[in-house]
Design a protein around this ligand. Sequence first.
Ligand code: NAD
Length: 312
Amino acid sequence: MQSAQLISSDSVSLQSDMFGSVVVGIGTAGFVRVRDMLAPLPSSAAEKLSVKGFISRRILEEQQGVKQITVEDALSRDDIKVAFVCTENAAHEENIRMFLEAGKHVCVEYPMAMTHKTAVELWDLAQEKGVVLHEEHIELLTADFKQLKKDVAGKRLEEGFLHFTGGPLKPGFGFPAFSGIARLTWLVDLFGELSVTAASMEEDQQNKYMKMTAQLITKEQKPLTWIEEWAPGLSRAKDINFRFDSCTITQLPPATREPVGIFMQDLVLFSQKLLGQVPRDQLHAERRRVLHCLELADRIQQLSLQGSAQDT
Ligand code: NAD
């Protein structure tokens, strides 16, 4: 009898330290979140997550054995403590706000919001509710970026250029400075905080063509040009040219793919935040970087739209 009681109280405590989760939006990213929670990295913090359901605006069959649930259900259930927001960018704010208000932790695929002001509000709300708000940045976790960061360390930048092509931009993903926040995050992570000196936008809606050009400068007043170009038929690629005092880097360094996938690495980081295992300094630095990038994106959008208005 005594041992039966012990077993049941043990299993209750095992259950209660799990973070039941819901995935909102079953696109590419949402599918990966479900997949990774079903098979977390062994012996990692991600084992503390358990997927309880997914939410979609469509009526869908079970996804990877996981059932669709309603928003109301997800918000009210005590066993659901975490929401993964994986919708198109335009729907992030509403979803994040709703889950934070309900006292749930939120992991959102970048970018968390379409304005800097909204992101500050969301972060303040998370703090007020005492929950974690995490913005995924898988682009910082790729093997080639980690190698690039090592290669750039200690060198003095003279001038830099980053041109991204892809396309066409999907509806609901917003202005290119926000949908392309991963490239801006690279530049900030490599070269520190930046300022925007000019920005422009070319658009041909009929042909789904978009080109955004942003001129940035580092704290040392060194220029960086960032271009996002989206059109049907353009292959997804990054062209870089970073000129330093000692050498020029024109290609991403070859790097061996790591055994742990980038979304899984992000899942482990988010789970470590849930468990209070991430140092305060790191959390502050991350928040600062995320908000800084969104502030730059805001400014780029503002300047581009001013330029377009003057052209018409
Ligand atoms: P996606 O287009 O595959 O899915 C986007 C959303 O659209 C999903 O919520 C999906 O359920 C919804 N959707 C699709 N068709 C729909 C329909 N007919 N009716 C209603 N809803 C429909 O986009 P994604 O690549 O998964 O991107 C989602 C988020 O993840 C974005 O914020 C993106 O910036 C971010 N992100 C994606 C990746 C990636 O590798 N795909 C990487 C980093 C960040």
